[in-house]
Design a binder for this molecule. Structure first.
Ligand SMILES: CCCCCCCC(=O)SCCNC(=O)CCNC(=O)[C@H](O)C(C)(C)COP(=O)(O)OP(=O)(O)OC[C@H]1O[C@@H](n2cnc3c(N)ncnc32)[C@H](O)[C@@H]1OP(=O)(O)O
Length: 208
């Protein structure tokens, strides 16, 4: 069957909730896959069922992941982002809050699917979360940008399966460059990851 394509959509209400519920189930499936102890014949049987489900979803495909909207302003928001997106099964997802002082903060727990060293979070996953929180801290200055540099300092291993806290704030803006710093802390409050990043805002074209 030829696959049908539709343009990028804005999801609202029940449509967004329904897709988020699907992503949550796939997230649970992913965790089940890395931890299952079923025999290979059962794994093959489940694989065939999952393949059939994938085919059902691919029957209609968007060219790009959809966006959602936020608040009464109707501002568009990425709902399939790999860190924050409730529509993205690979996102934990991390739900950030931005304070009036521009501090971006979240509490989250990472399951086994993000394991790097035994029982600890993969360093690349920590870096991805830091890139996101630092980018949001940069955007909270009023100027969003693309990550130009990202330095992570891994102070101690970040544990899986326990509540973690991530926090970031912009330190300064110099022309198009926005600098931000942040941390991930374990449940004991000790810093496991420190990160600093520099974002570059898009060049404004004369007359734009
Ligand atoms: C709210 C949303 C949160 C989202 C968080 C997630 C953010 C991301 O993950 S973004 C994805 C990862 N980043 C990227 O893919 C970026 C790829 N790089 C680029 O697109 C470009 O190189 C970009 C946009 C960073 C800069 O390009 P451009 O605007 O042409 O910069 P350009 O005009 O050459 O340089 C501007 C200044 O920045 C400096 N600069 C440019 N790139 C870098 C760099 N990578 N490192 C250090 N300095 C740099 C230049 O030296 C110049 O400095 P100065 O003004 O002092 O001479």
């Amino acid at each position: 069957m030829r696959e049908a394509f539709v343009d990028r959509d804005i999801l609202t209400g029940d449509d967004e909730a329904g897709m988020a519920a699907l992503a949550a189930e796939v997230r649970a499936l992913t965790e089940a896959v890395v931890r299952t102890g079923v025999a290979s014949a059962e794994a093959a049987s489940v694989a065939a069922e999952v393949a059939a489900l994938t085919a059902r979803l691919k029957a209609t495909r968007r060219v790009h992941p959809p966006y959602g909207t936020v608040g009464e302003s109707g501002m568009e928001r990425q709902i399939a982002n790999p860190v924050t997106g409730h529509l993205n099964p690979i996102a934990p997802p991390v739900d950030f809050k931005v304070s009036e002082e521009g501090i971006v903060r979240a509490e989250f727990t990472l399951p086994t699917v993000y394991e790097g060293p035994p029982t600890f979070v993969h360093g690349g996953v920590s870096a991805m979360i830091m890139d996101q929180v630092l980018g949001m801290a940069a955007a909270a200055t009023g100027t969003a940008g693309m990550t130009a540099t990202l330095e992570t300092r891994y102070r101690r291993p970040t544990p899986l399966g326990v509540p973690l806290t991530v926090e970031a704030k912009a330190s300064r803006v110099e022309g198009r460059k926005i600098y931000a710093d942040g941390t991930i802390c374990g449940p004991d409050g000790r810093v496991t990851v420190e990160a600093s990043a520099m974002f570059i805002a898009p060049q404004t074209r004369p007359g734009a």
